[in-house]
Design a binder for this molecule. Structure first.
Ligand SMILES: N[C@@H](CCC(=O)N[C@@H](CS)C(=O)NCC(=O)O)C(=O)O
Length: 205
């Protein structure tokens, strides 16, 4: 049994969806309800996953730990295809996620409305460029890894939901929109979103 520390709607939603894809049960704990969260992750970020006595940080490292441990068809076992799957995960987590991070940073830290909007607009240009990269990657296949869903598709789908929080136009191309809609329809994602909502409403996680 795993324990996943999360913030509703944050990138930890992708970890939960992957646990669901792997049929692994987990207990959810909201970051703000954890005792001394910073002892689990001094960086203060989610996801954090407890696997028995092990405490794991960093989204992609957590996902790779889970994929190495549980049989799955989310990632190829070896070779060029595995390399591309990890490359796509890193593109999502280390390139797209920080691009959205600029929007969150400006929202939280910039008080002058005109300056804030200027930062939002500049960040949106960079984010849209990255979504065009995703669109090109999806030119011939429904998912980034080919015909089957991959962890990068799940990560990118979670980030795509953040666009609505900001007064900017983030444009997903038609291939990307199809991929995101397909991921959102999956039971793994529906269940993850529902559990976060139930948790916030005070129901059992
Ligand atoms: N590279 C880190 C990034 C994690 C990250 O930035 N998480 C955000 C949520 S998406 C966070 O926890 N921010 C701190 C907060 O909102 O309290 C990872 O993938 O684990």
């Amino acid at each position: 049994m795993y324990t996943l520390y999360f913030i509703p709607g944050a990138c930890s939603l992708a970890t939960q969806a992957i646990l669901n894809e792997l049929d692994q049960a987990s207990t959810l704990i909201h970051k703000l309800e954890a005792d001394h969260f910073e002892t689990l992750n001094p960086a203060g970020t989610v996801p954090v996953l407890k696997d028995g006595d092990k405490v794991l940080n960093e989204g992609v490292a957590i996902i790779l730990h889970l994929l190495n441990k549980h049989e799955n068809s989310l990632i190829p076992e070896s070779g060029e295809a595995r390399h591309r799957a990890i490359e796509n995960m890193m593109f999502a987590n280390a390139t797209m996620h920080p691009a959205y991070g600029r929007l969150f940073f400006a929202q939280a830290n910039v008080t002058d409305p005109a300056v804030k909007q200027q930062i939002f607009d500049t960040a949106a240009v960079a984010i849209n460029k990255l979504w065009r990269v995703v669109e090109a990657k999806l030119q011939h296949t429904p998912y980034l890894g080919g015909n089957d869903i991959s962890p990068a598709d799940i990560l990118l789908t979670v980030y795509s939901r953040w666009s609505d929080f900001f007064p900017v136009e983030i444009v997903l191309g038609p291939n990307t929109r199809r991929m995101v809609d397909a991921v959102l329809k999956r039971e793994s994602m529906q269940r993850a979103i529902q559990r976060e909502q139930d948790y916030s409403a005070g129901a059992v996680a």
